[in-house]
Write a protein that binds this ligand. Structure first.
Ligand SMILES: C[S@@+](CC[C@H](N)C(=O)[O-])C[C@H]1O[C@@H](n2cnc3c(N)ncnc32)[C@H](O)[C@@H]1O
Length: 275
């Protein structure tokens, strides 16, 4: 277990338990147990100004499930998931392999606690493969050139690139666009891009306050407008219904918060394919 800083394989990692981390705050919203006092303190502050954070997290997670299930059903068998988060079953590979048992998934996150719990991501269907890479989306070259990636994924064939609830943690617009473009450029035609992203459009005052709280706790956040988020998909073709409020992206009856408003999710989501 990770609480003492020991990884599943026995290696010590610095979990930075003295400060709040976005992955552990998100885990707290999802009802997980991999969070500590500073995370709960910061999450409590966020909930005070954005009381729907837990619902928003579940709506976001459900979008990941729906989009990955759809793409696996369309024959996609390779997935690169950046900003994986602390494992919360069903994880991406469980969804993909539930449809396509041979699916191969490379998970990447830069938070050491995700690495510490990565074992839960490695229980692959024997027909497929999963692996975990500790990596930073701000260094896409390192991710793209890693042995882990090339061991799992064949970039000559289509890949699903999943950047779910990640890019609002890259506040600089130029940097965010640059890393997404570098990742997109490395993928073969027919690849798919899955993005969800926080927005101020549906609840401006609350979104601004929650971003400020993350910033004050050491995690700068930039909420973006629909137009700004749409630019990440430039040159790729949206699958219907396009870039929409997360809960409106191909909703299913089992989705969390069936009566939720767009303000409560305060995020956009979309999937596009490389021509
Ligand atoms: C809100 S969680 C989303 C988890 C998962 N993708 C989901 O939607 O359920 C955001 C994740 O992005 C990770 N993250 C933030 N900045 C990152 C970076 N520069 N590189 C890689 N991962 C990052 C955090 O550690 C956290 O686990």
């Amino acid at each position: 277990m990770a609480t003492d800083g020991e990884r599943d394989d026995g290696v010590q990692v610095d979990l930075q338990l003295h400060r709040a981390h976005s992955a552990r705050m998100y885990d707290y919203y999802l009802g997980g147990t991999t969070n500590f006092a500073p995370d709960r303190e910061a999450a409590g502050q966020a909930l005070a100004v954005f009381p729907w954070a837990a619902l928003a997290a579940r709506i976001n997670r459900a979008f990941m499930h729906r989009s990955i299930r759809l793409l696996a059903g369309r024959g996609f068998g390779q997935f690169l998931d950046i900003g994986t988060g602390i494992p919360t079953s069903p994880n991406l590979h469980e969804i993909a392999q539930g449809v396509n048992p041979g699916a191969r998934v490379l998970y990447t996150d830069n938070d050491p606690i995700v690495l510490a719990h990565a074992q839960a991501l490695l229980h692959s269907d024997p027909a497929g493969r999963t692996a975990y890479l500790e990596g930073d989306v701000l260094d896409p070259k390192a991710v793209l050139e890693s042995d882990e990636l090339h061991d799992i994924l064949d970039l000559a064939r289509p890949v699903v690139l999943s950047l779910v609830a990640l890019l609002h943690f890259v506040p600089d617009d130029r940097e965010a666009r640059s890393v997404v473009e570098q990742l997109k450029a490395a993928l073969a035609p027919g690849s798919a891009l899955v993005i969800s992203h926080g927005t101020p459009e549906f609840a401006p005052a609350e979104a601004e306050r929650v971003a400020r709280i993350y910033g004050a706790n050491g995690t700068p956040v930039r909420m973006r407008t629909r137009e700004e988020i749409a630019r990440f998909f430039d040159g790729w073709e949206f699958l219907p219904p396009g870039l929409v409020a997360t809960r409106r992206w191909r909703p299913e009856p089992t989705d969390p918060g069936p009566g939720a408003t767009d303000a409560e999710a305060s995020a956009y989501a979309g999937v596009a394919v490389k021509p």
